[in-house]
Design a binder for this molecule. Structure first.
Ligand code: F0G
Length: 351
């Protein structure tokens, strides 16, 4: 008789809704905060994973999308549009179904994971593959929303950030205070903006004694915030964060500087190493972009930037099932056996 009600009902007094707002929810949020044993040993810290792949459509985007679609519905919108590297489109498509709205999504051609494309398709989104990258898709989506009757649900829509800040609330509610460090992958930079807002609000209202340092990590081939300039042709195997001109650029820099944190880069090789470590040693299967946070923590630890004894939360942003190609690639083919216990036992090394 008691289940998590979704972020709007759970944090209603901290979100821009009223008693008459038509809440559109799939009961997102309330995701697990999982102690990471191997990462804790390696860093000498108390490391937790905020497992956002446990959201209804498999990524943190659902927190922002419940707000964005709810507000669009409140304002009478019949259709929504977004640019996406995949997860936003999957989330927008699912929440649009709940709201009885049409969704349109613009994705960079050939650069979104199959699972995410499948989600957008099965939820009935109108999909356009754009001959360009995510940044081009966002430019196009903005222009369409300004000139046609369709609401933009990217994180440039401020209510998306409002929804996503609830992840920080959940962490403080669970731990009893803010962590010392919060680590995130950074693409369009909406999420680091949202967490920082959430932590600030809780500290201002006395619900946390301090605010964490915010550590963000971009993929090396798509690291405009690290380089200090737009990356024209971003590249990385972590397609979710293949972004060269983040919309929330200034907010991300503010989060970094106000918190005393930093934004650095991790290579695709480091991302895949962390991806495999998370799956094989922590039991948590994430998509490659999500592993950028953990790759960054490990890099920082190797550089001596992680003082032992701290409490650290890494957000792992999306479910590994969205992009299983990297799990299968390079792994040995399972052997085939007859229906024969002796043969099976021999193959398993049990006999
Ligand atoms: N991790 C995943 C799995 C993502 O899908 C994204 C962004 C990020 C991290 C980065 O978050 O953009 O707030 O800095 N995905 C967007 C999308 C761009 O279209 O799904 P950010």
């Amino acid at each position: 008789t008691h289940q998590w009600r979704g972020i709007i009902e759970e944090y209603r007094d901290r979100l821009p809704v009223t008693d008459t707002t038509p809440v559109v929810t799939l009961r997102e949020g309330g995701t697990p905060l999982v102690p990471a044993q191997v990462l804790s040993e390696r860093t000498g810290c108390e490391v937790h994973l905020k497992v956002e792949g446990a959201n209804p459509t498999g990524s943190f985007k659902d927190r922002g999308m419940t707000m964005a679609i709810t507000k669009a519905k409140e304002e009478g919108a019949k259709a929504v549009i977004c640019a996406s590297t995949g997860n936003t489109s999957a989330s927008a498509a699912a929440y649009a179904v709940r709201a009885g709205m049409v969704s349109a999504v613009l994705v960079p051609q050939g650069k979104i994971a199959l699972g995410k494309m499948g989600q957008a398709l099965v939820h009935g989104a109108k999909i356009l593959q754009v001959d360009g990258n995510f940044d081009d898709c966002l430019t196009l989506a903005r222009s369409l929303s300004e000139n046609y009757p369709v609401a933009l649900v990217n994180s440039v829509n401020p209510v998306r950030i409002e929804g996503q800040k609830t992840a920080a609330f959940e962490i403080v509610d669970m731990l009893g205070d803010a962590p010392d460090i919060h680590v995130l992958p950074v693409g369009n930079a909406g999420n680091i903006t949202a967490y920082w807002k959430g932590y600030r609000e809780y500290a201002e209202d006395g619900l946390a004694t301090h605010r964490p340092r915010m550590w963000g990590f971009q993929a090396s081939g798509s690291a405009p915030l690290v380089r200090g300039e737009v990356v024209k042709d971003p590249s990385t195997i972590a397609t979710a964060i293949r972004i060269g001109n983040p919309a929330s650029w200034d907010y991300a820099i503010a989060a970094r500087d106000e918190s005393g944190g930093f934004i650095d880069e991790v290579t695709d090789r480091e991302i895949l190493r962390a991806y495999r470590l998370l799956a094989a040693q922590e039991g948590v299967f994430v998509e490659p972009a999500s592993a950028a946070s953990v790759a960054g923590l490990l890099k920082a630890a190797e550089q001596g930037k992680v003082d032992p004894g701290q409490r650290i939360v890494c957000t792992v942003t999306g479910n590994g099932l969205k992009d299983p190609d990297w799990a299968v690639a390079g792994a040995p083919q399972p052997v085939t056996v007859p229906v024969d216990a002796v043969a099976a036992a021999a193959r398993l090394g049990l006999a």
